[in-house]
Design a protein around this ligand. Sequence first.
Ligand code: SF4
Length: 469
Amino acid sequence: MNDAVVPSAADVPKAAPRVGFVSLGCPKALTDSELILTQLSAEGYQTSKTFDGADLVIVNTCGFIDEAVKESLDTIGEALAENGRVIVTGCLGAKTAEGGSNLVKSLHPSVLAVTGPHATQEVMDAVHQNLPKPHDPFLDLVPQSFGVAGLKLTPRHYAYLKISEGCNHRCTFCIIPSMRGDLVSRPIGDVLKEAQALFEGGVRELLVISQDTSAYGVDLKYRTGFWDGKPVKTRTLELAQALGELAAPFGAWVRLHYVYPYPSVDELIPLMAQGLVLPYLDVPFQHSHPEVLRRMKRPASGERNLERLARWRELCPQLVVRSTFIAGFPGETEAEFEHLLDFMREARIDRAGCFAYSPVEAATANELPGQLPAELREERRARFMAVAEEVSAAKLLERVGATMQVLVDSAPALGRKGGVGRSYADAPEIDGVVRLLPPEKISKTLKVGEFTRARIVGTEGHDLVAMPF
Ligand code: SF4
């Protein structure tokens, strides 16, 4: 006889409320998204990346350049059309329209709520108001594998670690400080705890981000915090050292982004030479000419960057430098632009990106005299990129024949048909990749999130081609 009991309607667990989530913008916005998703999941909400079947949609927006604003506004419009119940958060949410009203609300009055960036609690309050919290003690809480680090939007084997919010600088082309406020560094103990949880959860590459990584701890006067019962200063050098030591038992990588060329960076180079953190520096130079840098009000603009780069490379010959530049900044003369091209040739920046200057609403650079026509800005960007690509291609060619350690990002069929990975010289999303050929040895397999050694056999545009062994 069958003992099965037919459940009554009251016994059938109600599906958890579903929140669709769209995350736009930079890695800093991504970490905000992760915090909100972690909280939603901890409270028993289901989350998804689509609007389909969602009871409500959250859009995390970007408001940095005009194109990003457009993308964010379009996404909000789409979410309203398809779902109708939308909460907006992120940088665009902090922007005001002419007349001082909230920009998003004035363009999309039917959104349920709007918050600025890093506002997890405000977003959760808006969710609670519009989609009550589920009460189901059997719902899964935060996945244990990442513990204090919460949910990650990146693949499991790499993660961004945000060490501070905001920025004390006032670069004339940037409105981030007005959206995110002055620098607020996270306590070093919290940062290291999160890093450890990430490594324990399977992360093999930690990408340290902020608006200005070299300024970490300035707001706290480099106060001494505690980690693992020991005192440790809230400062980039001590942080990099501690992260390197935490990563070592896992064989994991630590990569530093957004480092300004202050003299204090010299102290980080020996850590790179020792292999404690990756010999990779993401330094947003933006320009080389002192007058343009002065008009941009860039931090560390008075440093002798060519000499500094030469000294860093002397201390750590394998150092890879990534940077971004702006061509056609207001008042840029042909001679100033040529100075930038000469700098690029001499500095031999391994990975360079360049934007044609474009005015950002409410940035002070908009008031500068000598605004250049769009075609000239674009033409200079193209000329810069031609030089940058020449430098980068020559540097990639120097790697042919070398053996490199590669972190595997994709490897269908255990890599029997090859795969895609990255070396220490390639940050995810922004740099090139290493295309892995099918291994010659039949027993050799490739697995996502694991390291393999590979011999570089050629180049392909910005990428390397390698034979794993
Ligand atoms: S350093 Fe300059 S560009 Fe970077 S966030 Fe601060 S103000 Fe903006």
